[in-house]
Design a protein around this ligand. Structure first.
Ligand code: NAI
Ligand code: 15L
Length: 265
């Protein structure tokens, strides 16, 4: 069991779930966000801070022996916003981890690191990144940072290219990208249970019939996703008409992100 697990982004969609469902991994759960998280529950510490604030992150990480790093800008935005949270922010997290001897991190990367691949391409962890947005590119930076800190300083990271982690798939693309909340939780559990983690790229998807990504290289984690988006296929297809054949939504793994404008400044 960990002594103190830090969850960043604890006010977000995944963070709220992690806060509720991952407390058993540690004696103390330290939850953090730039947003107000309300009062600390039993066994919790609450720290409000901006990941872009190096000093604040330095003390945020102190005393933690594991991090579930979910905090940051989670969709495309202006470069300044992405740079603060996802570039400076993730650097601050890794630097603080190195200084304080925190050696295991679950890093929320994204499928948008490979968003410019086409939906008829099947990828594994060796695929050359093809980010679809500044957001996807910031996650590619985070992945590189994780590798550098692994090879130079021994910090182990699960680089998880999350597909679409929501209660249920809501469009046709998500039939391939869906990660169920239960499978997300079981993945985090394995990441902190396995004796040797290394620094693998893991595609964060459930056991969907539709799939673009291969996880066979991480069998050693013992993660067995149990859910399958196929259960929702009828419902999704009834609600969401098929996108036009030549639309980005139908062509690219990143879907509509591929059509996002570049927002400067
Ligand atoms: P979210 O947007 O709901 O939560 C992100 C949290 O980070 C928010 O509570 C926000 O206040 C906090 N945050 C933003 N900027 C910050 C800053 N400068 N300092 C401190 N905290 C800051 O996102 P969600 O869906 O919970 O995703 C969590 C992580 O997983 C994100 O890193 C996202 O990029 C990644 N991810 C999520 C996917 C999903 O399907 N939910 C898919 C792929 C990646
Ligand atoms: C992501 O990276 C986003 O954080 C999330 O909000 C979804 O848009 C997801 O990708 C997706 O591709 O469905």
């Amino acid at each position: 069991m960990l002594k103190r697990l830090l969850i960043t982004g604890a006010g977000g969609g995944l963070g709220r779930m992690a806060r509720q469902r991952l407390a058993h991994l540690a004696e103390t759960l330290r939850v953090s966000d730039i947003a107000d998280l309300g009062p600390a529950g039993a066994g919790e510490e609450v720290v409000q801070c901006d990941l872009g604030d190096k000093r604040a992150v330095e003390s945020l990480v102190e005393g933690c022996d594991g991090i579930v790093h979910l905090g940051g800008q989670s969709v495309e935005d202006r470069f300044s916003v992405i740079a603060n949270a996802n570039i400076h922010g993730v650097f601050h997290v890794y630097e603080a981890a190195r200084r304080h001897g925190c050696n295991r991190i679950f890093l929320a990367s994204s499928n948008h690191v490979v968003g410019l691949y086409r939906q008829d391409q099947y990828l594994d962890h060796t695929a050359v990144p093809m980010p679809d947005t500044l957001y996807g590119l910031s996650k590619h930076f985070a992945e590189g940072l994780a590798r550098m800190y692994h090879h130079r300083f021994g910090i182990e990271t699960a680089i998880v290219r999350i597909g679409s982690c929501f209660p249920r798939p809501v469009d046709r693309r998500m039939l391939a990208t869906w990660l169920s909340p239960d499978d997300f939780v079981s993945l985090v559990e394995r990441v902190f249970a396995v004796p040797r983690l290394g620094c693998p790229v893991i595609y964060g998807i459930s056991d969907n019939d539709d799939r673009w990504w291969d996880n066979s290289h991480v069998g050693y984690l013992g993660w067995r996703p149990k859910d399958n988006s196929a259960v929702y296929r009828e419902e999704v297809c009834a609600k969401a008409p098929p996108p036009a054949k030549d639309s980005v939504e139908a062509l690219y793994q990143g879907g509509l992100f591929v059509a996002e404008p570049i927002r400067e400044e």
